[in-house]
Design a protein around this ligand. Structure first.
Ligand code: DHB
Length: 314
């Protein structure tokens, strides 16, 4: 039987499996990161970090129902030094993506400067889409401000020379995706991860007539299977509009091998698993891999290059 290869190449970064964890879920502490390191996840992505450790928002701040999840975590993380030290100490044998999410553009520059000095980072995943910060309640997501994003990237590529990807919020208009792709195409971006959670969802507990999470009056980011159609649409459109050397990492609604297949068919080179990882734990990577390989076998495909981006449209 011919071997099925689910490896991927993110703009030169080689993954033995195209399935990895999404930033934010079970990737904050040493124990959690070590577990991902030893799993069949194709890479390790850290929780988005800040300069100083943060406790995050008050609980309850995460809730899951059958179709998805809502969260308002508020960036609980151990601070960039912890993640850089983890990397130096453990030297993972798979790609290590440091996710960063400064509370301000200035803090993002500081984080990127620090990461620039670390020899073992494969890439930064710059989070332009963190929706849950109480401190930033009067500022929008960076990824929704096209002018600021462009200016920010312009400045950071003056000094940062390593691989960098951006994690984007979902866009709902073709025009916005075209515009963001036009901006990203002007920079040496390595990959885009789309999509982050849908910001500003609200989930209600009718028994208590209240919200299920408490920070920010119950509003939070929506993830899980309910957001998959938005993820697929963003992947597809970015695949069409981005420079061909910018890889896409799909994120949003990966629960089965079929979901992995759909993301890649739309143009993703790899996928990230968030809500389902939280639900199922570390064995999710083995299960998804098995289900994905079984679909490829049935279709007579031997690598993701056989169908990546090749969605049929009539
Ligand atoms: C958090 C949520 C996000 O969707 C994100 O991209 C970064 C951080 C959070 O609330 O911790």
């Amino acid at each position: 039987m011919k071997k099925i290869d689910i490896s991927s190449n993110i703009n030169g970064i080689k993954l033995t499996s195209c399935i990895m964890n999404a930033s934010g879920v079970l990737c904050c502490t040493e124990k959690e990161l070590s577990e991902i390191m030893m799993s069949s996840s194709g890479a390790v992505v850290t929780k988005s970090c800040t300069m100083i450790p943060r406790e995050g928002n008050l609980e309850p701040r995460y809730f899951k129902w059958n179709m998805g999840s809502i969260n308002s975590m508020g960036l609980p993380n151990l601070g960039i030094d912890f993640y850089l030290n983890f990397l130096e100490k453990k030297k993972p044998k798979k790609p290590f993506f440091l996710s960063i999410s400064g509370l301000s553009i200035e803090e993002n520059y500081q984080l990127i400067r620090k990461a620039n000095l670390s020899p073992n980072i494969n890439a930064i995943e710059l989070n332009l889409s963190c929706p849950n910060l109480i401190e930033k309640k009067d500022q929008g997501l960076l990824g929704y401000d096209f002018y600021k994003t462009s200016d920010f990237l312009d400045n950071l590529f003056k000094f940062y020379k390593k691989p960098l990807g951006v994690k984007l919020p979902p866009y709902f208009e073709d025009f916005h995706i075209k515009k963001m792709a036009f901006i990203l195409n002007q920079f040496p971006i390595c990959f885009v991860t789309c999509i982050n959670s849908l910001p500003n969802g609200l989930f209600i507990d009718i028994n208590h007539e209240t919200t299920v999470i408490h920070p920010k009056k119950g509003f939070g980011g929506i993830g899980g299977s309910i957001i998959k159609p938005f993820a697929l649409a963003n992947i597809r459109k970015f695949y069409i509009y981005l420079r061909k050397d910018i890889s896409i990492i799909g994120c949003g609604g990966i629960c089965s091998g079929k979901d992995v297949f759909e993301h890649i068919l739309c143009g993703a080179s790899a996928v990230q698993v968030g809500t389902q990882f939280f639900q199922e734990g570390i064995q999710v990577f083995d299960r998804l891999k098995k289900e994905f390989i079984s679909i490829l076998r049935k279709k007579n495909y031997f690598s993701i290059e056989n169908f990546k981006g090749q969605l049929n449209v009539i």
